[in-house]
Design a protein around this ligand. Structure first.
Ligand code: 5GP
Ligand code: SF4
Ligand code: MG
Length: 459
């Protein structure tokens, strides 16, 4: 998963993009990057591993651009290199091309092989680079026509922000897997993965970039086209469940409202009679746990405190074993838990590793009964469309039944939200969503060799 941001025709474009990326940091912490275009059409990239950091900010303070795009990247094991940091920046015969991509292309391996056979030399192992090569080969006149030509054989998930010369382009795949919104700051159009990035720069939300739409912005103004074949809508329901920030709107709906509705529905489907309090696993399940508490009439408590200063680079002390990582990130509040029958609400269980550690912590802090409630169904399959879920073998719900999972996690009871319940709770549901990792109903054929995708950005 990744976060993308872009602004056109603003004297402070670089600073705005920097701010936008701070708001999209939750969508990716492996690398961050900004490409900016100056008034003469020159383009430069500033990229760094890890999150937006002081060194990168200091460098960006010194530069100016009128158009800028940015990217925060989420990791895929094994491909954590600066070559794979985005935005991609290339010099083509038509000028500079820069591209920021959120999603995963499901036929990237085939397209790349085809391009390599025709002489293309790739500089990264990202699936996104395939689009840049196809753009460079296009002979169409207008930038939006070249982008449409580049995308016509591309399958899978993409929300894109691209610069070509002084044109800024934004595009979303026809199934609309990943979010992308359009806002405005004065006259300057601003594109971002989520509205929280519009808020931070003071831009007003205008609308979503539509599935299958290509938007082009240049000195002449804004043009919209729908050059890609229509497809059934498959927005990622996991954006509402876990990924997006609760202060954002994505897919035209409020993430906070979605999560509260998921929590309320969960309380109706899987009540916990006899429980005395509800708590969340901060921060991702805060809103769902609030919904659960409201619906069940139980008090909402802060039973787990999350340390916000633990970076992803933290090295797990080997002697402390598996639970060390959980302990470093979370600490229970004994005064809340001691002697109590509690409901622990989380948004999802993936591997089960974190949850197992948390249950042990909560019990050690004196909880008498632990009832786990999950505001999404069991994750039974991998995602091929941009979320870095592990392989099927690592998914606890692909191996065990809910009863076995409850035993494995050490909880007194375990309740998952049903698929129907989830789809009925999200704004604009129940239709038009991808739920493949929960239901096995994959909208495309899985990639011929899923491992090949691992060369990709996994963002
Ligand atoms: P588990 O018990 O499966 O190890 O971890 C569950 C936790 O992982 C939940 O709190 C959930 O919010 C979080 N989670 C769900 N999906 C993802 C993901 O794609 N990436 C990360 N880093 N955490 C996730
Ligand atoms: Fe989202 Fe799951 Fe579909 Fe991936 S498989 S796009 S995570 S709903
Ligand atoms: Mg979480």
């Amino acid at each position: 998963m990744c976060g993308i941001f872009g602004v056109h025709g603003h004297s402070d474009a670089v600073r705005l993009t920097q701010l936008g990326l701070y708001s999209l940091q939750h969508r990716g912490q492996e690398s961050a990057g900004v490409v900016f275009v100056d008034e003469k059409g020159g383009a430069r990239a500033v990229r760094s591993m890890g999150t937006m950091n002081d060194a990168m900010s200091a460098e960006l303070e010194r530069v100016k651009g009128v158009t800028a795009i940015g990217h925060t990247r989420y990791s895929t094991a094994g491909s954590s290199t600066i070559e794979n940091a985005q935005p991609v920046l290339s010099r083509t015969r038509g000028g500079f091309v820069a591209l920021a991509h959120n999603g995963n292309l499901t036929n990237a391996a085939e397209l790349r092989m085809d391009l390599e056979e025709r002489g293309s030399i790739f500089t990264s192992t990202m699936d996104s680079e395939v689009i840049v090569h196809r753009l460079a080969r296009s002979n169409a006149d207008r930038p939006e026509e070249r982008l449409a030509e580049a995308l016509c054989e591309v399958e899978g998930a993409y929300s894109l922000i691209v610069t070509m010369g002084d044109t800024l382009l934004a595009a979303r795949d026809p199934r609309g897997w990943r979010p992308l919104v359009l806002g405005r700051l004065g006259d300057a159009p601003v594109f971002a993965s989520e509205t929280c990035a519009l808020d931070i720069v003071g831009a007003t939300y205008e609308r979503e970039v539509q599935p299958g739409e290509v938007v082009a912005v240049d000195a002449e103004g804004m043009r919209s086209s729908f050059p890609l074949p229509r497809r059934e809508l498959k927005r990622c329901v996991f954006e509402y469940v876990y990924f997006a920030r609760p202060d954002s709107r994505v897919f035209g709906g409020s993430v906070d409202r979605a999560r509260r509705a998921l929590g309320k529905r969960l309380a109706r489907e899987c009540p916990a009679p006899g429980a005395e309090l509800v708590f969340s696993v901060p921060d991702s399940s805060n809103s769902a746990a609030l919904g659960f508490a409201e619906e069940s009439g139980l008090p909402y408590e802060l039973a787990l405190i999350r340390n916000h200063y633990i970076g992803r680079t933290f090295i797990q002390p080997t002697q402390a074993g598996r639970d060390a990582k959980v302990k470093v990130k979370y600490n229970p509040v004994r005064e809340v838990l001691e002697g109590k029958k509690v409901v622990m609400v989380d948004d999802s269980i993936v591997r089960g590793t974190t949850t197992r550690g948390l249950v042990a912590l909560v019990r050690a802090a004196g909880a008498r009964e632990v009832h786990m409630r999950v505001s999404s169904p069991p994750v039974t399959g991998p995602c091929y469309y941009g979320i870095d879920t592990p392989s099927r073998e690592e998914l606890i719900a692909a191996r065990l039944t809910p009863e076995e999972i409850a035993r494995d996690l050490g909880v007194d009871s375990l309740g998952y939200l049903s698929l129907e319940g989830m789809l009925a709770s999200v704004p604009g549901g129940p239709h038009g969503f991808c739920h493949a990792c929960f239901s096995g109903d994959y909208p495309t054929a899985p990639p011929t060799d899923p491992d090949k995708l691992r060369f990709g950005c996994g963002c």
